[in-house]
Design a binder for this molecule. Structure first.
Ligand SMILES: [Mg+2]
Length: 168
């Protein structure tokens, strides 16, 4: 149960308290793509999201995208946001997160995972000992496998309280 629990649960990227996380020693973010940065399989990036990326970069955060989606799809969005990326990441396996740590040259306690799925983003991040941030999915149009996982997430979500911010 504890491995399925994010450190932080927010409505969207723009609700992530960047300054506070910086004070806590977080220096970088590995972001999920589908339903975290854009709607599922869509290439349009909302202006608020572009602004959030710019603000995070200005604050000195290192950013990258790790997605289980295919390369051409992930590359298009990564180009718009001007961040490195990993496609077909194989989350929740630890390998993708280890690659991101090396790529960003950060320690485990300096990297935070941001994603909309408990069983890939949060589970994978927690298994690596990373700080984990769950966001509410941008849309409900999803890959069928994801829709099935949502049913399991609904069993877990009642135990998560968005107001409850910190886990020791
Ligand atoms: Mg996602």
């Amino acid at each position: 149960m504890n491995l399925l629990r994010p450190n932080l649960y927010v409505d969207s990227l723009t609700d992530i308290p960047l300054e506070r996380l910086q004070q806590q020693g977080i220096k970088g973010f590995v972001l999920d793509l589908d339903n975290t940065i854009t709607e599922w399989n869509k290439n349009e990036v909302a202006s608020e999201v572009i602004e959030w990326f710019n603000r995070a970069k200005q604050l000195g955060f290192k950013l990258c995208i790790a997605s289980n989606n295919k390369e051409e799809r992930v590359m298009q969005v990564a180009r718009v946001l001007e961040v490195p990326f990993l496609s077909k990441a194989g989350k929740p396996r630890r390998r993708s997160f280890k690659k991101m740590l090396r790529l960003l040259d950060l320690e485990v306690n300096q990297l935070a995972v941001i994603g909309d799925q408990i069983f890939t983003d949060i589970l994978g991040g927690n298994r690596m000992g990373l700080y984990t941030i769950l966001v509410v999915p941008l849309s409900s149009r999803e890959f069928i496998g994801t829709r099935i996982m949502r049913r399991f997430e609904r069993l877990v979500l009642p135990y998560l309280d968005k107001e409850e911010v910190e886990r020791p």
